[in-house]
Design a protein around this ligand. Structure first.
Ligand code: HXC
Length: 289
């Protein structure tokens, strides 16, 4: 509710409410129906996206995913933004793809129309994305969280891939990213039974990096985003690319990519500034160049 109020306040300040449930971020920015978008952090350098379909437990309908992509595109282009936080509500981060929207789809429509092909934008953003998960992160909701670079969970969060109970399987990376995160046995158990795991189990399994009280997790995610945003945005993107290489490449190829990116940092002003600042015993002043 507090977050919703913040959204309304933001709209009131900018005076641009367009209709029921429709919000606009900036006077010249896109309007959003299913998400709230704002800047957070003391320096307003953390992009903040809150899924806002509470009555449907943030089920990820086509329009919502399109809006997330639009918000990510605008944050990616914004030179002030150094990290992005995606969150949902207290009851649900997201309860999955919208089952009502999928119910009557045919194979021909799915295959011919490349159904859900626009779902992977979160995983291609160059800037770091942090998921702050409270409540249910199920099916596509769990997959959305796993597309993010870091997952923080509230104590009552639950993660699951219940698609098997609907007669289907995960379709947005669930079988792949979950298995890489928690290992084969737990991933198989979750995907084949539809059973959920708690925040604490997700932490123990390596799916999430930290667990916080429900009312603290979003602020902690923003704080993490601020910490990242203080570094060189250019070098942060290189570091992210290098870590992501570990999921795609063999060890020797990954190490080669890392070495090339490491060498590349020596072509930047920020690498020089970072090391010079250390030697001069002062704080680095990065310029993202
Ligand atoms: C559409 C959904 C929804 C979903 C919940 N709702 N999940 N609508 N798609 N995924 C709607 C309900 O229909 C209901 O609206 C309202 O949200 C509240 O849900 P309830 O079921 O009444 O709440 P509750 O009893 O608290 O149960 C919560 C829940 C349950 C355990 C999370 O809603 C649930 O099991 N949801 C489905 C979870 C799931 O199977 N996810 C995977 C989806 S498939 P109305 O108006 O009807 O009262 C998927 C495939 C991904 O994600 C493939 C690639 C992207």
């Amino acid at each position: 509710m507090a977050a919703l109020c913040r959204g309304v306040l933001r709209v009131a300040v900018h005076g641009c409410r367009y209709g029921p449930g429709m919000f606009r971020e900036f006077s010249s920015g896109p309007s959003y129906q299913y998400i709230l978008v704002e800047r957070r952090g003391q320096s307003q350098n953390v992009g903040f996206i809150q899924l806002n379909r509470p009555k449907a437990l943030n089920a990820l309908c086509d329009g919502l995913m399109t809006e997330i992509n639009q918000a990510l595109d605008s944050f990616e282009l914004d030179p002030q933004i150094g990290a992005i936080v995606i969150t949902g509500g207290e009851k649900a981060f997201a309860a999955g793809a919208d089952i009502k929207e999928m119910q009557n789809r045919t194979f021909q429509e799915c295959y011919g129309g490349s159904f859900l092909s626009h779902w992977n934008r979160v995983s291609t953003v160059k800037k770091p994305v942090i998921a702050a998960v409270n409540g249910f992160a199920l099916g596509g909701g769990c997959e959305l969280a796993m597309m993010c670079d870091i997952i923080y969970a509230g104590e009552k969060a639950q993660f699951g891939q219940p698609e098997i109970l609907l007669g289907t399987i995960p379709g947005a990376g669930g079988t792949q990213r979950l298995t890489r995160a928690v290992g084969k046995s737990m991933a198989m158990e979750m995907v084949l039974t539809g059973d959920r795991i708690s925040a604490q189990e997700a932490k123990a399994a390596g799916l999430v990096s930290k667990v916080y009280p429900v009312d603290k997790v979003v602020d902690e995610a923003v704080t993490c985003g601020e910490k990242i945003a203080k570094n060189s945005k250019l070098i942060v993107s290189m570091a992210k690319e290098a870590v992501n290489g570990a999921f795609e490449l063999s060890l020797s190829e990954g190490n080669r990519l890392e070495k090339r990116l490491f060498h590349s940092t020596f072509a930047t002003d920020d690498r020089k500034e970072g090391m010079t600042a250390f030697v001069e015993k002062r704080k680095a002043n990065f310029v993202d160049q």
